[in-house]
Design a protein around this ligand. Structure first.
Ligand code: ADP
Ligand code: MG
Ligand code: ZN
Length: 336
């Protein structure tokens, strides 16, 4: 008799914010451009260069936090995540570990505003935190050649990272969650959230356990998923791989795996790193951020009417079919 297994899934979602300039300098965030033309001493990690926080990043992060039912910190700080990689010229990434801007939120999926009707009923997916950080540069491995080139245009582009609790149990819920986040963030104009172009990137943390048991299994983290299709396939492949290991009495190893879209398999990338491995410490170049009630009030007053309220209002005010309301409210632009 085969045992029944269930999946436990949590996501880490990176979203590039639609600011005109980078998070800690005045360089343009515009996509493309001649390599290394949108750079300065700050975003290329030159000695002595000092970062200054872009206020717009704070506004977007707070707006996303409010829209996802988070508590917004009144006091938050930036920390250095230390590691060497050629796309990371400072040898650390400025992020938030100890005091992220948003905590303890949630979104609901499986409602009429999700285009995925396969989820039965509503389900609340909790958000552990949202923090602000900077993106890294881009490495270009020369085709057929033996050189790797680096473009720092993306270095210092603002990101928010949305970390969910492990509340999802299949690919449909994962996609519904991502669609919900994308909808909210697009309504806010905070990002275009394109998976293909990398302005939205989701890492999938997944473990399996025997159905009905409490204790969570060992998880792996999958990266490089740049479409809903890839996410769906990677989840199914990882589910089968982990069940196979458990059934044959082998341990699941906690690690980061890379999904190969063409081969449709994942392979081990590195053992799972811990916060301790990065020797995080508060960034001494950036003052802590105090968020006032007035600032939050301003953000609140600027929040758009989101899809849920729009749907209700359209039902009330116009005599149009439910299906049409669904289509019209898919984007704020169309609804307007
Ligand atoms: P770390 O800080 O080591 O990356 P976190 O505790 O922050 O680990 O979790 C990262 C992500 O992994 C979160 O989205 C969380 O929901 C998810 N996660 C944690 N434990 C499990 C588990 N056993 N199975 C599946 N997902 C998990
Ligand atoms: Mg993490
Ligand atoms: Zn710069």
């Amino acid at each position: 008799m085969t045992k029944k297994y269930e999946m436990v899934i949590g996501l880490e979602v990176h979203v590039e914010l639609a600011t005109r300039t980078k998070i800690f300098c005045g360089c343009a965030t515009a996509f493309g451009g001649r390599p290394n033309s949108h750079t300065c001493p700050v975003c290329t990690g030159m000695p002595g260069a000092l970062p200054v926080l872009n206020r717009k990043v704070l506004e977007y992060a707070a707006a996303v936090g409010l829209a996802t039912n988070c508590r917004i910190a009144r006091y938050c700080k930036f920390d250095r995540k230390n590691y060497f990689y050629p796309d990371n010229p400072q040898n650390y990434q400025i992020s938030q570990l100890y005091l992220p801007i948003c905590r303890d939120g949630y979104v609901e999926i499986g409602t009429d505003e999700s285009s995925f009707q396969t989820c039965s009923g509503r389900k609340r997916i909790r958000i552990h935190e949202i923090h602000m950080e900077e993106d890294a540069g881009k490495l270009i491995h020369e085709e057929g050649g033996d050189r790797t080139l680096v473009d720092y245009n993306r270095s210092g582009v603002p990101l928010i990272e949305i970390v969910s609790e492990p509340d999802m149990s299949d690919a449909e819920e994962v996609i519904a969650f991502l669609e919900k986040l994308r909808l909210i963030i697009r309504y806010l104009g905070a990002s275009d959230c394109r998976l293909q172009e990398g302005s939205m990137r989701a890492d999938v943390n997944l473990s399996v356990r025997e159905a009905g048991t409490e204790k969570m299994g060992t998880r792996t983290e999958m990266k490089n998923l740049n479409s809903f299709h890839a996410i769906r396939e990677a989840i199914e492949s990882e589910r089968q791989r982990q069940i196979g290991l458990i059934e044959s009495g082998q341990p699941v190893i906690q690690e980061t795996r890379r999904w190969d879209e063409a081969e449709r398999v994942s392979c081990s990338m590195r053992s799972k790193e811990d916060a301790r491995d990065y020797r995080y410490f508060p960034d001494p170049d950036l003052a802590p951020v105090s968020i006032s009630e007035a600032f939050l009030e301003e953000i609140r007053s600027r929040q758009p009417e989101f899809r849920t309220e729009k749907t209700e209002r359209f039902r009330r005010e116009y005599d149009i079919p439910e299906y049409d309301i669904g289509i019209i409210t898919e984007s704020r632009h169309m609804a307007d």
